[in-house]
Every structure is written in C-alpha cells, then in structure tokens.
Design a protein around this ligand. Structure first.
Ligand code: NAD
Ligand code: MG
Length: 395
C-alpha cells in the first residue's frame, strides 16, 4: 500500500488522479490533498478519500474549510494553510508518491522538495521543471527519487524508451524524439483573425479537456515549446533531437526514433487517466478507466510540420533553450503573466508572444544554478511582463 499526496487535487489532473486512485483502494491510500481556493470540490474529495491532511493555500478559505469540517464525518482531517504547507505535506513520511499537478511556478517549491526528499514524483507541472531545469534534474539524481512523466507526450516517450530506462539518463540508441501536438483550436484559422480570438475560443481545445492556462498554451503552442524543453531535460537530449509533429487526431502521443530505424509510438485515446495510471502502476499496469482505443473509429492519422509563423511561441521556446541559463525561467514567467492577462481580456491573443519576446530581450543570459537566482529571475520577469501588459492594456 502506497501513500500519495496530490498537489493541485481540485484541478483537471488532480481530479483524474483521484478517479484512478479510487479504482485501486488496495494499492493507494490518499495521505494529503491540496487546493488553492476551491474548497467546495475539496470537501467532496475529502468525503470520498478521507486524507489525513489537506492544504488550502488561501488563508480565508482554509478557515472556512475548517468550520465546515466541524461535526462532519471527516472532522479528524488536519487542515494546513499557506504555500509552505505544500512542501510540508509533499515530504511527509507517510507519502511515497507525489502527484505534482499545481499549475505554473507556484508548484516549483513543493515539487522540488518532493524530489529532494526522494519521493516518487509524478510530474504534470511542466512549468516547475522548465523554470528550474538542471537544478530539478540534479535534485532527482542526488536523492535517487523516481521521476515519472505525466504529461501525455513525455509519458508516451518514457513508455517507448528501452527497458530499465531512468529519466535523466542519456541513451545512445535513441536518435530522435517525435513530439506530437494537436495544433490546438487555431491550427487552420486564417492568420488575420487571430488577433480577435476570445479566451472562450482559446480554451475550447479540440481533443483534450484541461485547465485554462494549459489550454491557452495549447492554442499558442507555447505548450509544445515548454514540452520541447521538458523533453530535453527528462530524456537528456539536445533540442535538435526533438522534432515537433502536428498530429491533429491526438492518438499517437509521441514517438521514439532509434538508431536502427525503428520508430516506437505510444497510442491511446486522449484521456489523461492513461498516463496517470501508467505512472501510478509503474512498473506494472492496472485499469485506468479509459475507453479502449477504437482504431476503426480513428480510421486515419495525419502528420504536418509545425508552422513557426503562425505559432511564434515555438520560436521563442527554441530561442530560450538555445540561450540556456535563466532564459527558460524568463520564458515561463512571461508566458504565465501574458496568458493570465489574455484570460482577463487585458491583452489580445497575438500580444502573448510579443510580451514574452520583449521580456526575454531585457535579460542577458547567466547561469541558473541556484534556487535563489531562479526565484529572483522569475520574479523580475513577472514584473517586466506585467509592465508590458499594462502598456498594451486598453484601460
Ligand atoms: P488546473 O487549472 O485545472 O488545476 C490547477 C490546480 O493547481 C488546482 O488544484 C489549483 O487549486 C492549484 N493551484 C493553482 N494555483 C495555485 C497556487 N498559487 N498555489 C497552490 N495551488 C494552486 O490545471 P491542470 O490542467 O490540472 O494542470 C495542472 C498541471 O498539469 C499544469 O502544469 C499543466 O501544464 C499540467 N498538465 C495538465 C494536463 C491536463 O490534461 N490538464 C496535461 C498535461 C500537463
Ligand atoms: Mg502534453
């Protein structure tokens, strides 16, 4: 029986994780759940899974939550608040596995703490890895933690790697990774219409049902840019070895190209419970609840090269990884601010890459070798990106 802590339990990945865990009560015990503000959903999750701890990061919501627990069947749950409590629950002795499913930089410290504590880290929170890069991978190596990718593409790549492969290792038998992308909702929209797309259009992903931030990232394809960086780190590869492939059906979740010409692909329905169940059961397998793939219904699969003119965020991601050092941290921070401003209707969809590029231009590259530097650069980049938002914002 393994103990699990789910960071970001109320989000899209958190909910799917609890769905899978709930199918295997003999194998997993929920030790801790965390949420930012959504205490209504958290309460229902607690009734069903009865964790020992919950964290509600927002202090006022935590008080409300505590009041709700009084005289309830789950009154014995310990309720913590504040972002430090995320690290506290992620490193509890009773926790074997940590699902890192907070969105954005807010997930870095607890995910990194879990890695340092030698937990099995199930990593959905790609922003945490992109912003901290080698530092995160080094923490995994130093502690001997197991790092299993939840992002569907990286989970697919991991599944196609040679037997015994450990994330972070280099492998000479692998020539290339083919990183698939759906192309998002604007793959074929006339370019002149892009400046006027709404947040509602941007979050309506054709194949996946996800949180708002990653949905906008999929529409700009920054998601694939972040994933390219994520793949370089997880699989110890150069950016030139990662080929982004537009595959609108999202049936192949990525491929690994070996030196002998063999290409292995992982396929399945677009349902995040598949990579989640893979990582939870690893190295075994168990039921995820996902529908079996109906290959006749799929009928055909298409592949296209990515268009860097339509998706300038892809170019910026390559620019950031080639520059190295702090640049991926800057890229990620500026993107988080720009996406939030777009969702709040402060800037246009096409302003997102403009803000990121201008923000990147204000930094000179230096190594990102300590957590202090990374947090400081993240903070600086957010402030600069926010100023750029304010300049562009109509009011
Ligand atoms: P979401 O917006 O649905 O959920 C985010 C979760 O993070 C919520 O539980 C929320 O309470 C918590 N959270 C938000 N801000 C917080 C803060 N400041 N402090 C503490 N907790 C905070 O997001 P999601 O779609 O589940 O994505 C989560 C992560 O997984 C992201 O990094 C995303 O890129 C990655 N991911 C998601 C999918 C998917 O299908 N949803 C696929 C691949 C990767
Ligand atoms: Mg993905």
């Amino acid at each position: 029986m393994k103990g699990i802590c789910i960071l970001g339990a109320t989000g899209s990945i958190g909910v799917s994780t609890l769905d899978v865990v709930g199918r295997h009560p003999d194998l997993y015990k929920v030790v801790a759940l965390t949420a930012n503000t959504n205490i209504a959903d958290l309460y229902q999750q607690c009734l069903q899974h009865h964790p020992a701890y919950v964290v509600v990061v927002n202090a006022a919501k935590a008080e409300e939550f505590k009041a709700q627990l009084v005289n309830s069947p789950i009154a014995d749950i310990t309720v913590l608040t504040g972002s430090d409590a995320l690290t506290e629950v992620a490193t509890l002795d009773a926790v074997d596995s940590v699902m890192a499913a907070i969105v954005g930089a807010a997930g870095l410290l607890p995910s990194l703490a879990a890695a340092k504590a030698g937990k099995t880290v199930l990593l959905a929170n790609k922003e945490a890895l992109v912003m901290s890069g080698d530092l995160f991978m080094q923490a995994v190596t130093d502690s001997g933690a197991e790092l299993l990718p939840i992002d569907s593409e990286h989970n697919a790549i991991f599944q196609c790697m040679p037997a015994g492969y450990k994330t972070g290792d280099a492998n000479k038998q692998v020539r290339r990774i083919l990183l698939t992308a759906s192309g998002g909702p604007f793959r074929q929209m006339p370019l002149e219409l892009l400046p006027n797309v709404t947040p509602a259009q941007a979050v309506a992903h054709p194949n996946w049902d996800m949180g708002k931030k990653i949905s906008v990232d999929s529409a700009t394809m920054m998601n694939k840019g972040l994933e390219m960086i994520e793949a370089c780190l997880l699989f110890n590869m150069e950016p030139e070895q990662i080929q982004i492939v537009i595959h609108p059906q999202s049936v192949i979740h990525s491929m690994v190209d070996y030196v002998d010409g063999t290409v292995l692909a992982q396929m399945g329905n677009p349902d995040m419970r598949i990579p989640i169940a893979h990582s939870l059961a690893w190295p075994e397998r168990f039921d995820s609840g996902a529908e079996p793939l109906n290959i006749f219904k799929v009928a055909r699969m298409d592949f296209e090269e990515p268009n860097f003119e339509r998706f300038p965020c892809l170019r910026l991601a390559y620019q950031a990884i080639h520059a190295g050092g702090i640049m991926p941290t800057v890229l990620n921070a500026a993107n988080e601010i720009a996406v939030e401003a777009f969702l709040n209707e402060q800037v246009r969809f096409t302003d997102i890459p403009v803000i990121i590029e201008k923000c990147m231009d204000t930094f000179t590259v230096k190594p990102a070798d300590t957590l202090e530097i990374i947090l400081d650069i993240d903070n600086q980049a957010r402030q600069i990106a926010q100023q750029l938002v304010n300049q562009l914002s109509p009011s």
